[in-house]
Design a protein around this ligand. Structure first.
Ligand code: BDR
Ligand code: CA
Length: 365
């Protein structure tokens, strides 16, 4: 059983990863923190809770974190994820309140309460984790490990870019935070575009049909989320579910342990993750540790794991007994314009939760 604290920016693939985790008894999520990335932080905070509540999970606290990267304005990815960040799936706004703590203190508390036991998962920009590590310098050593989705390491033909011609979104969004985290001394596993952009590890329209034929809440929502992306680009990358899958079956991946340097600032090369020669970490001041970087994935086995978990029925997550607007049977019966009606209903602005103070000066406090 992995005890997990998870920092995320849902986002379609974050939500798919969360569904995967909720269908995996090996994973115990102790808490979720949210960061600005794919969407503004109020929206990612709402989305995490929208998914949890849809899955009838009410005992995982969600704490909101940074509204902006450390040194840059936020550049969201709503063009890819839809105007609500979740492919306009029609989930209602959350009812559960946010946890009152700021994400970095929330993360620190959970890690300190179980020293050596926590796997910290990061599937968004690393802003909250950087704040947590700066404000609580003991944290990296208290972690079992940090598993992150981020970077493009040039280890496969796919490990190139998805935000600029050279950089991956999460690292590009906040390269200064990535630099802090990758040099923190934590035991870090990085799953990047080298594996997540492999077309064999993406959902295609056949996989979508499988999800649509499922009768679990997770399958219904996963189908809606994946369909939004597949309709637009023909396939759906599973960046964040891949990172989560490392906790379920590490044998899916090959890793190499290398020094990594992140390009900070705002030049053309912002957010590039360079793999340095393997002995350079002893010499270089820029990179002081080895990072375990995913260099290959067994894509068919990963997809089988993903689909079988999402489609399976567990005692605590069996299909809704009440008809659910997203569930397969209901969806088929649903008149076409109901989706539009739901969208209009849901397009009220998200409630901005408590504690909306700006976060940018916290490292100077
Ligand atoms: C990463 O960026 C985000 O858009 C996705 O959620 C994923 O975490 C992929 O580059
Ligand atoms: Ca993400």
């Amino acid at each position: 059983m992995s005890k997990v604290v998870w920092d995320m920016d849902p986002g379609i693939d974050d939500a798919l990863a969360l569904l995967l985790a909720l269908k995996s008894p090996e994973i115990q999520i102790l808490g979720i923190s949210t960061v600005a990335g794919n969407a503004p932080v109020e929206m990612t905070s709402a989305n995490a809770r929208r998914v949890l509540e849809y899955m009838s999970v009410t005992n995982i606290p969600v704490a909101m974190g940074a509204a902006m990267p450390l040194n840059h304005p936020l550049v969201d990815a709503l063009n890819h994820h839809g105007s609500d960040g979740l492919g306009q799936c029609g989930l209602p706004p959350p009812r559960l309140p946010l946890h009152p703590a700021k994400a970095w203190d929330f993360i620190a508390q959970l890690i300190s309460d179980a020293p050596g036991e926590i796997t910290l998962v990061a599937t968004g920009p690393l802003t909250n984790i950087a704040y947590a590590f700066k404000l609580h310098p003991e944290l990296p050593r208290l972690l079992a490990r940090l598993v992150l989705m981020g970077g493009a390491y040039g280890l496969t033909p796919y490990g190139k870019e998805n935000q600029t011609p050279f950089a991956e979104f999460n690292i590009w969004q906040d390269p200064e935070a990535a630099n802090i985290v990758l040099n923190s001394g934590a035991d870090i596993y990085a799953v990047g575009l080298d594996v997540s952009m492999n077309p064999a590890a993406c959902l295609n329209s056949q996989h979508l049909e499988q999800l649509k034929s499922g009768h679990t809440p997770a399958a219904c929502l996963a189908a809606q989320l994946a369909e939004y992306v597949i309709e637009r680009q023909g396939h759906c990358e599973l960046h964040d579910p891949l990172a989560l899958a490392l906790l379920l079956d590490a044998s899916l991946f090959d890793f190499i342990s290398v020094p990594v340097e992140v390009v900070t600032g705002n030049g053309w090369d912002r957010g590039i993750t360079y793999v340095l020669p393997s002995d350079s970490y002893q010499l270089s001041t820029a990179s002081s540790q080895l990072i375990h970087v995913a260099a290959a994935v067994d894509a068919p086995r990963f997809l089988e794991l993903f689909l079988s978990r999402i489609l399976r029925t567990l005692n605590n997550t069996s299909c809704h007994s009440e008809p659910c607007a997203l569930c397969h049977s209901e969806r088929e019966k649903r008149p076409k314009n109901l989706a539009q009606d739901r969208l209009r209903e849901e397009s009220r602005p998200f409630a901005i939760a408590q504690g909306g103070k700006e976060t940018t000066s916290i490292l100077e406090e």
